[in-house]
Design a protein around this ligand. Structure first.
Ligand code: ZN
Length: 209
């Protein structure tokens, strides 16, 4: 339409939001897409068919649906934790010793072991599920998926970084976690792309599949 215009106009890429000269963008299913986002966008268009392609971008998962997904994950992880706990309790009682001869070291070691093992289980679960499925079971049940800003799948580094951001920085520090979790929730609730704190740090988005 506007060929021959003296000043080259720039347009934002519909996926990453960066602006490009018109000639560097391609129109796919009615969306302007840059070269970097083209492969991921194309595969998404192929997977979702014409109906999904007419949507201008993603549908982002908001606070409540993600909260629901966390609850489902809590229930999923609750089972191995319960089994671990049931095996541990008799040993805890044994190692405690008696009043005359208490054995605090063994007691503390077992308690610490429990915390360490349950943390390891959560880490393997969340990182592994994000890497291989793009979602934990809770997010899958809620129809959500975690992707990079341009819609591509997460690499190992992002999966691990995201787990540590949420589990240690945001929700793991005593006293501060209340403020950080609240801030993160408000961020997710008010952001146009529904990014929580860990999404901003790791450049991830939670979208509906
Ligand atoms: Zn782009």
């Amino acid at each position: 339409m506007s060929q021959g215009a003296p000043v080259q106009t720039v347009y934002p890429c519909s996926q990453c939001g960066r602006t490009f000269p018109h000639s560097d963008l391609v129109a796919i299913a009615g969306n302007w897409v840059c070269g970097d986002c083209k492969p991921a966008f194309l595969s998404r268009v192929m997977a979702s068919g014409a109906a999904g392609a007419s949507l201008a971008g993603f549908r982002y998962g908001g606070f409540w649906i993600r909260f629901g997904a966390r609850i489902v994950d809590g229930l999923v992880l609750g089972v191995p934790f319960l089994v671990l706990f049931v095996f541990l309790v008799p040993n805890l009682i044994k190692t405690q010793g008696d009043a005359a001869n208490p054995n605090f070291t063994a007691f503390a070691a077992l308690g610490f072991g429990f915390i360490l093992i349950s943390f390891g289980i959560s880490a393997c679960y969340e990182v592994g599920m994000l890497k291989y499925r793009g979602a934990t079971l809770g997010k899958m049940a809620c129809g959500l998926k975690v992707v990079r800003a341009n819609g591509s799948d997460l690499g190992w580094g992002v999966c691990i970084g995201r787990f540590f951001m949420w589990n240690i920085v945001t929700s793991g520090l005593p006293y501060i976690n209340f403020i950080l979790m609240l801030t993160s929730s408000i961020m997710a609730g008010t952001d146009s792309e529904k990014r929580a704190l860990h999404d901003r740090v790791c450049d991830t988005r939670v979208i509906y599949k």
